[in-house]
Design a binder for this molecule. Structure first.
Ligand code: 13P
Ligand code: SF4
Length: 308
């Protein structure tokens, strides 16, 4: 039996659902029940009926799924798959911000540890940050950990006062202005689509800025032959499905997230066979970390229902 068939058979036998982010290898995306951006995957996780959730992504995604489903088994193909940016904020930093600013909301990007979430007021993802931040009553926003997403959102909500943190994604910030300018000179008609974790100088040169799923939607509806894609290249698998006949180009050779690539088909099979790679979390931490996640889902849904 092929590895793919074995996975599908075990998935049914073990009452498991497989969730995968757009950055994991294409063959893993192909066996998943749901593929999406972090917001979509957290929504799917919050509504899961199966008793086992297999999360093909990085640690903060698995942890979020676990907090949303404390009674389910959440397993990952490789528990070492971690997002370095998730660790680039501190509880001391949050406490200092709370001491120094009145009328403050601590807004934490979902790419953060459970401990950071537990000390925050609300979570956001790149696809809902604008609507969630706009819906907050507080004037001051301490945005952690990602300085680039924070700065991007701050430009769109000028009525709020942002306090930034110095976290960043090493994959997205490895894309440099000179590389993009060189590619734009080679392909002058190409449209540039970028993730908001990129540097500001990249976003300024972009035709479109959005989350992974928003980039896919943009490519689908945009009439162009060539696209310069400023995000992790795992997304090309989904782009090629929606953009038949369109060509996708990376800007530099460094647009690869090594942690996302730990999610191989072989490890996924092993995780399903043994159910060994289970995420275990402290109960109290899970309860506290769940609050900002639930508020995010509530505020993002409310905005969606209002048509924003
Ligand atoms: P999305 O929410 O856009 O999928 O982003 C997740 C991520 O980790 C980007 O680096
Ligand atoms: Fe983290 Fe960057 Fe990898 Fe996304 S691409 S999981 S932000 S290291």
């Amino acid at each position: 039996m092929e590895i793919r068939e074995k996975i599908l058979k075990l998935k049914a036998e073990k009452d498991a659902v497989i969730l995968a982010h757009y950055y994991v290898p294409g063959d893993v995306q192909e066996v998943a029940d749901f593929v999406g951006d972090s917001y979509y995957l957290s929504k799917v996780a919050s509504e899961a009926k199966e008793s086992v959730i297999v999360f093909c992504g990085v640690n903060f995604m698995g942890e979020s799924a676990k907090m949303l489903n404390p009674d389910k088994k959440v397993i990952m193909p490789d528990l070492k798959a971690d997002c370095p940016m998730a660790h680039m904020a501190t509880v001391e930093g949050i406490e200092a911000a709370r001491r120094n600013h009145e009328d403050l909301a601590v807004v934490c990007y979902i790419n953060s540890t459970a401990e950071i979430k537990a000390h925050s007021d609300v979570c956001v993802t790149s696809s809902n940050a604008l609507s969630v931040v706009s819906a907050l009553p507080q004037k001051n926003i301490y945005f952690i950990p990602d300085q680039n997403l924070g700065r991007y959102i701050s430009r769109l909500v000028p009525e709020k006062n942002f306090i930034f943190n110095d976290g960043y994604c090493h994959v997205h910030t490895s894309i440099k202005k000179d590389d993009l300018l060189k590619k734009k000179a080679e392909l002058p008609k190409a449209k540039v689509a970028s993730h908001p974790e990129c540097r500001e100088e990249i976003l300024e040169l972009s035709d479109f800025v959005g989350s992974t799923s928003d980039i896919i939607k943009y490519v689908e509806k945009t009439d162009a032959e060539d696209f310069l894609i400023c995000t992790e290249t795992g997304i090309f698998h989904a782009l090629e499905k929606v953009g038949k006949g369109k060509r996708f180009h990376a800007v530099s050779g460094s647009q690869i997230c090594p942690d996302m690539k730990l999610n191989t088909l072989e490890k996924l099979l092993h995780a399903l066979e043994t159910l060994d790679n289970e995420l275990h979390m402290d109960e109290a931490l899970m309860k506290k970390g769940l609050q900002p996640l639930e508020l995010m889902l509530k505020l993002a849904d409310r905005k969606k229902n209002e048509g924003v």
